[in-house]
Design a protein. Structure first.
Length: 293
């Protein structure tokens, strides 16, 4: 089985290259081989590789920057997935596409199900939602995986790496405490994708949520990062983590205040519930610590 993975320079794409190796031959492409802003380039790569399945983990993920670069976000997050879906449809192969909790507005106070009404409140969220719609219109064999608060060892940066960097520099760190979600480790997300590929049948086509289980605020997450990192031996200066409100930390893009996703549907397919986010964090920090030695 040939598996084409896009976005290999990103934290999930990086993880997928390793995790999918036992499932099939992984052909990973990054920005230098595949420019997602060029429709013809997308078609050319898919037709050259002739994969048995495509996993699209590439995305424009700079949430705040997207507010001033809406056209670029739309090209990568909305138009490109539609073109990938067209090519998959022509070849008669499945597409697994990674989406986001940002398709919701965060006004709920109970976990979002896949069938709940979407209402993106940022350019990034709207572009990702358009990508979902384009895939559903074009492709018969797809799985759209909505995830949230993703972090991993690979890629340039994420919340965990940022907290470790700041924690090594400062004694006091202020973190937003009124946004609630489920931190998700790329290792666990990639593992779920590896399990989905061999199980792919027309019966499981559709949209699924996948995050680690458990719930936290960004503040809770930060406190736990520091606790776990110190136990591993990380040299951190941080003494105090101060909870603040979203209003005290304004950003160009609005973010969902509550983005917990129900994972009951994906758990029924996989036969197991996602691991708790603290487990994922512990595993990621241990790997990152080993690499830093």
């Amino acid at each position: 089985m040939r598996i084409l993975v896009t976005g290999i320079a990103g934290q999930l794409g990086n993880e997928l290259q390793q995790t999918l190796a036992p499932v099939g031959e992984v052909i990973g492409v990054g920005r230098e081989k595949l420019d997602l802003t060029l429709p013809d380039a997308i078609r050319q790569v898919i037709n050259e590789v002739k994969p048995d399945v495509v996993v699209n983990s590439a995305a424009y993920t700079a949430v705040d920057k997207a507010e001033s670069e809406p056209e670029l976000a739309e090209k990568i997050n909305a138009i490109a997935p539609g073109i990938i879906a067209q090519e998959c449809q022509k070849l008669g192969i499945p597409l697994i596409h990674i989406s986001t909790d940002y398709v919701f507005d965060g006004s709920q106070s109970h976990p979002y199900q896949e069938s709940d009404a979407t209402n993106a409140i940022s350019v990034y969220g709207k572009s990702k939602l358009e990508g979902e719609i384009a895939i559903q219109k074009t492709c018969d064999n797809y799985i759209i995986l909505r995830t949230a608060w993703v972090y991993g060892v690979g890629g340039k940066g994420n919340f965990v790496k940022t907290m470790l960097r700041l924690g090594a520099q400062r004694e006091e760190i202020r973190v937003v405490a009124d946004q609630i979600g489920s931190p998700t480790c790329t290792a666990d997300l990639a593992s779920a994708i590896a399990q989905l590929i061999p199980r792919f049948t027309p019966e499981i086509v559709g949209i699924y949520n996948y995050t680690n289980s458990g719930v936290a605020s960004w503040y809770d997450f930060a406190v736990t990062i520091f606790e776990e990192a110190k136990q591993l031996g990380w040299d951190l200066k941080v003494q105090r983590t101060i909870p603040i409100t979203t209003a005290e930390y304004p950003t160009p893009a609005r973010r969902p205040a509550y983005s917990v996703l129900s994972c009951a549907k994906i758990s029924a397919v996989l036969g197991t519930y996602p691991p708790h986010w603290r487990q994922g964090l512990r595993k990621m920090l241990a790997e990152l610590y080993t690499l830093s030695l």
